[in-house]
Design a protein around this ligand. Structure first.
Ligand code: 2DT
Ligand code: MG
Length: 219
């Protein structure tokens, strides 16, 4: 008989504003789920690829001029560069892939610049759909108190407030399309309290039933 692939793994995304605690929580998830032997940690934008280098330059040089739609397409292309790898690792190799930001940040940040939502979703359609998205929800005023923002483009209070509002729109569309979107109150307590919520949500999908193929983003 033909050998069966291992039970398929999982694809989980963490989303939220800058300073919501995504990187802290995802590092902990990575450990809890078995570390590098079983889990792959992805970060978007992936600044190491040729497209990622363009994005890094755009983010770190706020005087650089680039059309908002062109920027949006580059962020999406930066995900398409690794889409096949996500599928292979999850479906064939049984690995757990964790993404620090994903398509939902892509839509929310560009939406905060005033572009129409339907246009923004189109380059994301067909990408692997996370089995679970955890949205770490945080009041931008609280985020700003957490040691202040860095020097990158978007790291200022007006933009963060607009992004927060855009994430609300994204949440409605994405959860309305049947995707597994969970909002966690990242302002309630410290790292430990948020971790309890994160692990509670992730444990549910780790133990849950799933079909062998990942779904596609389709809103
Ligand atoms: P980090 O601070 O997480 O490195 O992100 N962004 C991110 C977009 O505008 N579109 C995207 O598709 C993604 C993934 C969010 C750097 C900034 O890039 C923004 C903050
Ligand atoms: Mg940042």
């Amino acid at each position: 008989s033909t050998p069966q692939p291992p039970r398929r793994g999982l694809f989980i995304a963490l989303e939220g504003l800058d300073r919501a605690g995504k990187s802290t929580q995802i590092a902990r998830l990575h450990d809890q789920l078995g570390g590098p032997s079983r889990t792959t940690l992805l970060k978007f934008p992936d600044r190491t690829t040729p497209i990622g280098k363009l994005l890094h330059s755009y983010l770190t040089s706020p005087q650089e001029q680039l059309d908002d739609r062109a920027v949006h397409l580059l962020f999406a292309a930066n995900r398409w560069e690794v889409a096949a790898r996500i599928r292979r690792e999850v479906e064939q190799e049984g690995r757990i892939v964790l993404a620090d930001r994903y398509a939902w940040s892509g839509v929310a940040y560009s939406r905060a610049k005033g572009l129409p939502l339907s246009w923004l979703f189109s380059p994301e359609l067909g990408l692997p759909l996370p089995d679970l998205t955890l949205f770490l929800s945080l009041d931008p005023a609280v985020a700003a108190q957490r040691g202040g923002y860095g020097e990158e483009r978007y790291e200022e209070s007006g933009m963060q407030r607009r992004v927060r509002k855009s994430f609300g729109e994204v949440a409605r569309v994405v959860s309305g399309s049947g995707a597994n979107w969970r909002e966690l109150d990242a302002g309630r307590g410290g790292v430990e309290e948020v971790w309890e919520m994160v692990w509670g949500a992730v444990r549910g999908v780790v133990d849950g039933e799933r079909r062998q193929a990942l779904n596609e983003i389709d809103v």
